[in-house]
Design a binder for this molecule. Structure first.
Ligand code: BG6
Length: 483
């Protein structure tokens, strides 16, 4: 068996592949992984500001210890250096840039009546700078950044009160930026409620606590909040679109044994459950059996289901990094006990052990288009590696370019298959803090940032070789990939 045989470029048929006119080529970051300035401009702490070591296996303590290192507190200082960084994005030719609004810059504690004007002004200036360069902002309302107070005082999305707090925040920013931002998403990778309930939902669940009732109740609150965000977007933003955003790396059965096949399907539904509700507007039939078998009663208020039905998301944003493989007997609901699943012998891996699977990208685009018949937006795809500056000052990252090229060819195949894809934003066009591990060493950027795991570094920016590769791809609307 040969690694990556399934994805080899040897029989490439590239005739007729093309990206649409006005395809949104871009890059994506999240406020907490890039901005820093965690206490500046009146910002309050968010959940990641109280986390060390990343959101997957890291350590969360609500009391932030002075003098200790927290990666999000300074991050790459995008808060002060965004003009320089946007100039790099413009030089690459990017048509759009995805970031999130840090909720706690706008409502520092999450439950105030009035927003923080200084925080609002920051994003006004950021969006103006993007628009000045002809770059369309693509904005996520909540990307693992719940105000810390909403977790300490209200236990996160477990509490129905968060719907009203989120609605106030969403209305505030939608009306303020409605003339500047057309593409919105409500919740980043909300299907991670099962694997990282704290970062995704601000839900503290102990190791032994039966997690599922809490997860499904909190999910219901999020569905109502998402529907309200769609409603207000349509009322307040002329021509605005509010998308859902999920992590949708596909899941393959480990073997063709029917148990592996059906359990993989059930595991897949654990994620598609979120897009099923938010894009189709109703709970899927299979939810009833899960709730019955786990003794779950989801409390709903009159009008909730009608709201969810009336305000479905306009498009499906998703992240794609890799595929995973499932063997019967591995856990399906709650945690998986390891995010990578069973080993796939056909695929090579990134230095962080993530299987590289370009064809899986085409597969998932088709799966999602067939299921929802709504536009897709690839809002995260990227390659994390430990880049180093060579003696001559250059940074060679051929593996990143290879990953980029192969994934884009498969995306073009998916478009030829009939998938409607609004755009593609590479994850981390500039090096940022890793969400999962809190490291700087795991770099995704086309632009290098001199910052290290212990917080040291000059923050100087420098183009990697991949910078020029992406520039050429955008400059030819992808045609260079097919030559
Ligand atoms: C996605 C998140 O899950 O994956 C991002 O939306 C994150 O915030 C990205 O950074 C890559 O993961 P990591 O752990 O390599 O940063």
């Amino acid at each position: 068996m040969q690694a990556n045989a399934a994805n080899s470029g040897s029989q490439r048929r590239t005739e007729g592949l093309r990206f649409p006119e006005n395809f949104l080529w871009g890059g994506a970051v999240a406020a907490n992984q890039a901005e820093g300035g965690w206490k500046e401009g009146g910002k309050g702490p968010s959940i990641v500001d109280a986390m060390q070591g990343g959101i997957v296996g890291g350590n969360f303590r609500p009391e932030i210890e002075p003098g200790e290192y927290y990666a999000s507190h300074d991050a790459i200082d995008f808060y002060h250096r965004y003009k320089e960084d946007i100039a790099y994005f413009a030089e690459m030719g990017m048509k759009c840039f995805r970031t999130s609004i840090a909720w706690s810059r706008i409502f520092p504690s999450g439950d105030e009546e009035e927003p923080n004007e200084e925080g609002l002004r920051f994003y006004d200036e950021l969006f103006d700078e993007l628009l000045k360069h002809g770059i369309e902002p693509v904005i996520t309302l909540s990307h693992f950044e719940i105000p810390l107070n909403l977790i300490v005082k209200y236990e996160g999305w477990k509490n129905r009160k968060l719907i009203a707090f989120f609605e106030r925040y969403a209305k505030t920013v939608l009306s303020r930026y409605g003339g500047k931002v057309k593409y919105w998403m409500h919740f980043n990778e909300i299907n991670h409620f099962h694997t990282i309930p704290l970062a995704a939902g601000g839900i503290v669940v102990g190791e032994d606590e039966h997690k599922l009732p809490t997860i499904y109740q909190a999910s219901h609150h999020v569905f109502v909040a998402a529907a309200l965000a769609v409603k207000w977007c349509h009322e307040l933003v002329p021509g605005g679109m509010m998308g859902a955003m999920l992590s949708l790396s596909p899941i393959y059965p480990h073997t063709c044994h029917p148990d592996d096949v059906f359990e993989s399907y059930e595991l897949r539904r654990r994620s598609l459950f979120y897009s099923d509700v938010m894009l189709r507007g109703s709970y899927p039939a299979y939810a009833r059996r899960i709730w019955d078998e786990h003794g779950i009663t989801v409390e709903m208020q009159p009008g909730d289901l009608e709201l969810i039905a009336a305000h479905t998301s306009d498009y499906l944003g998703f992240s794609y990094y890799r595929s995973s493989t499932h063997r019967a007997g591995m856990k399906i609901l709650g945690n998986t006990g390891g995010i990578l699943g069973a080993d796939n012998p056909y695929l090579e891996k990134t230095p962080w052990g993530w299987p590289i699977d370009p064809k899986g990208f085409r597969y998932v685009c088709n799966e999602l288009s067939d299921r929802y018949q709504k536009p897709l937006f690839v809002v995260e795809n990227g390659y994390g590696a430990a880049d180093e500056i060579r003696e001559d000052g250059t940074i060679a990252d051929p593996e990143r370019v290879d990953y980029l090229n192969k994934h884009l060819i498969q995306l073009a195949e998916a478009i030829k298959d009939g998938c409607e894809v609004l755009g593609y934003t590479w994850w981390g066009p500039i090096d940022i803090v890793s969400a999962g591990t809190g490291e700087m060493k795991k770099r995704y950027g086309f632009v290098y940032v001199d910052k290290h795991n212990d917080g040291s570094g000059t923050l100087e920016r420098r183009r990697k070789n991949s910078f020029y590769a992406y520039q050429e791809i955008i400059g030819t609307n992808g045609q260079v990939l097919f030559e």
